[in-house]
Design a protein around this ligand. Sequence first.
Ligand code: ATP
Length: 202
Amino acid sequence: MTFVIGLTGGIASGKTTVANLFNEHFDIDIVDADVVAREVVEMGTPGLAAIVDKFGQQILDEQGSLNRSALREVIFSSPEDKEWLNGLLHPMIRQLMIKQLEDTSSPYALLVVPLMVENSLQSLVNRLLVVDVEKETQIERTMARDDVSRSQVESILSSQASRQDRLACADDVIKNNTENEKLLPQITELHKKYLAMSSENL
Ligand code: ATP
């Protein structure tokens, strides 16, 4: 069984930055829920076929791929359709994440899930690592990266778990309020700890 570290955090907390450092410096394999969520609706998948069955061909773009903005519009205006879509995709995403974790070969693997706490996915992981930042830092970094307004970021933040709720579930915490250089020492310490834990887990 792969020893799995769940990596989560709110918007622009630094999940991708942290996961990339584990990968670049220590060759740790990463499974990313956002990537998996796109893979289950790629062309030719049962996921995409079910969506077309339900909403018709107009949900596709000219190439026959899923038209995400059309799908977003449908589910934005219909809570029932949103529920239907989540009921379809969540089990598929879960299954594919489990398969990709089984296929990893590093001593432990990272499972990056933005909404781990919100979607109660902690059962998939041995430990939960939370990337923690001040709310103000999240707002500034999101505005700079995505070119969105403060109120747009605040509305996204209010739809996510609170900092306290996330920290309450954490086994380990990386503080990312600082400059990038302070990240690697924290990651190196955690890597040593996870290596020791994963060898005990064998
Ligand atoms: P999301 O879930 O919103 O995609 P994320 O949690 O994966 O975001 P990143 O994309 O890693 O977060 O980081 C968000 C932004 O903040 C990026 O533009 C990144 O370059 C920047 N950033 C991350 N960590 C730091 C840091 N320590 N110092 C300065 N900028 C940082």
